[in-house]
Design a protein around this ligand. Structure first.
Ligand SMILES: [Zn+2]
Length: 141
């Protein structure tokens, strides 16, 4: 029987709680999307406003995308805190395999072993081909 490096659950809990607070604060600061911001003078200067609108819309999409990422991460963090409470933290939610401590230290909210994470990511890519590739929050490197 080999030695298994124990997970410091208390430390992970603190990290996750800090992260949860940060994400919640950050989400509060993100503006709520409005379809046509600052559109009051659209009729006076059509060309300029069309460009402005395009930029605004792009910024808005970026903010929306950031918001969705953060909301997703927040839900992962909350789920991890729930697993700590349930005593199942550090185990893969798919097959119950132990998640390596190194992986948990890199991603405290990791819910799957590497094998299942890869399978899950492949599935996400199949279901949503436009999913951003640089979603570092869920990546293990
Ligand atoms: Zn697994």
């Amino acid at each position: 029987m080999g030695m298994i490096m124990a997970i410091d659950v208390e430390k992970m809990k603190q990290r996750l709680e800090t992260l949860r607070t940060e994400l919640e604060d950050s989400l509060k600061q993100l503006p709520i999307a409005q379809p046509f911001p600052d559109n009051a003078n659209a009729e006076d200067d059509t060309v300029g406003d069309t460009e402005d609108l395009a930029v605004d819309s792009q910024e808005m999409q970026q903010e929306q995308s950031i918001k969705q990422d953060q909301e997703y991460q927040l839900s992962e963090v909350k789920a991890a805190l729930q697993r700590i409470q349930d005593g199942t933290y550090g185990r893969c939610v798919v097959d119950g395999a132990e998640i390596p401590v190194k992986r948990l230290e890199a991603i405290p909210w990791a819910s799957r072993c590497i094998k299942d994470e890869e399978a899950w990511e492949q599935e996400q890519l199949r279901n949503a081909p436009s999913l951003p590739q640089d979603n570092q929050g869920t990546r293990f490197s």
